[in-house]
Design a protein around this ligand. Structure first.
Ligand SMILES: [Zn+2]
Length: 284
């Protein structure tokens, strides 16, 4: 559970301003999970991080997310809504609570309490012969097929980033996250895994960590064509935080000018009171 103050959020925003997207995503993840060791966050399964960020988004700015997308076929501008709370829950995220932003859509409170679940729904049902176990080293899926017995760690953002820097990202990811592979009782390496077993591993990972590959399929109201898009919740949330932070700084500027209050004093006000005092200033 994260209680994030307006001052804390502003500090997060300031720290991320000069950073690249991966570092910003890490800052946001740290805000969502302040109780988890920062060094461990990049190792958490990718989908778990996405769920954490959706939960943070819900806590900060509410459930409704506006998404805009251009149709790939005809170029029509499409706009639709997503439910951050629903996504966080369905992806198995932990609920995050915050009172800092107050949200443009009012205080974020929705149906359903925090469920604290860190396990993805269906996480242990990756199909026949696949199981997922949550251990100290993260979550591990197990695939047993045709005499093969493979244990594979769910990739985190650190794994994806490291693999992306190699000439063969797929192979690198396989080697990085392979915990153990045994064929007919003999230990083998990642290079020895046949394609069907690799495919089974990919399926088991997807079933255990569904948020890792969150794709939207949107049908165009104009031409009917479907456009597939990936929603990058980290950059979506960063854009919102950036807009929020600049609004808050403007509020501080206006209130400090009008009343002579300090920044900490103004940030300590609830968003509602801040708004009210601003209206009074405007009326004068
Ligand atoms: Zn279209």
């Amino acid at each position: 559970m994260a209680i994030t103050s307006a001052a804390g959020l502003l500090a997060t925003w300031e720290a991320g301003l000069t950073e690249a997207p991966p570092a910003r995503a890490l800052l946001l993840h740290r805000t969502a999970r302040p109780d988890t060791d920062t060094g461990r966050l990049p190792q958490l399964p990718v989908g778990e991080r996405e769920a954490d960020l959706f939960a943070l988004r819900r806590a900060l700015f509410g459930e409704r997310m506006q998404v805009r997308l251009g149709c790939l076929a005809c170029g029509e501008d499409m706009e639709f809504e997503l439910d951050a709370g629903e996504l966080a829950r369905s992806l198995g995220g932990r609920e995050a609570l915050a009172d800092g932003a107050g949200g443009r859509g009012g205080p974020a409170s929705g149906p359903g309490g925090p469920d604290g679940s860190a396990e993805a729904p269906g996480g242990s049902s990756g199909g026949l012969g696949a199981a997922v176990a949550h251990g100290l080293g993260g979550s591990v899926v197990r695939v047993q097929q045709d005499g093969w017995d493979v244990e594979f760690r769910l990739p985190g953002v650190a794994d994806l980033a490291a693999a992306a820097r190699t000439a063969d990202p797929r192979g690198a990811l396989l080697a990085r996250c392979l915990v153990a592979a045994v064929r007919d009782g003999v230990a083998v390496g990642a290079d020895d895994l046949p394609v069907p077993v690799q495919r089974r591993i990919a399926e088991a990972v997807e079933a255990a960590d569904p948020g890792a590959d969150l794709a939207l399929n949107v049908a165009c109201p104009e031409c009917g064509a479907a456009t597939r898009a990936e929603l990058d919740i980290a950059s979506y949330l960063w854009t919102e935080l950036d807009a929020w932070a600049r609004d808050v700084l403007l509020d501080v500027h206006l209130l400090a000018t009008a009343y002579g209050w300090s920044e900490p004093e103004i940030l300590a006000l609830s968003p509602l009171r801040r708004r009210y005092y601003l209206e009074l200033c405007a009326d004068v």
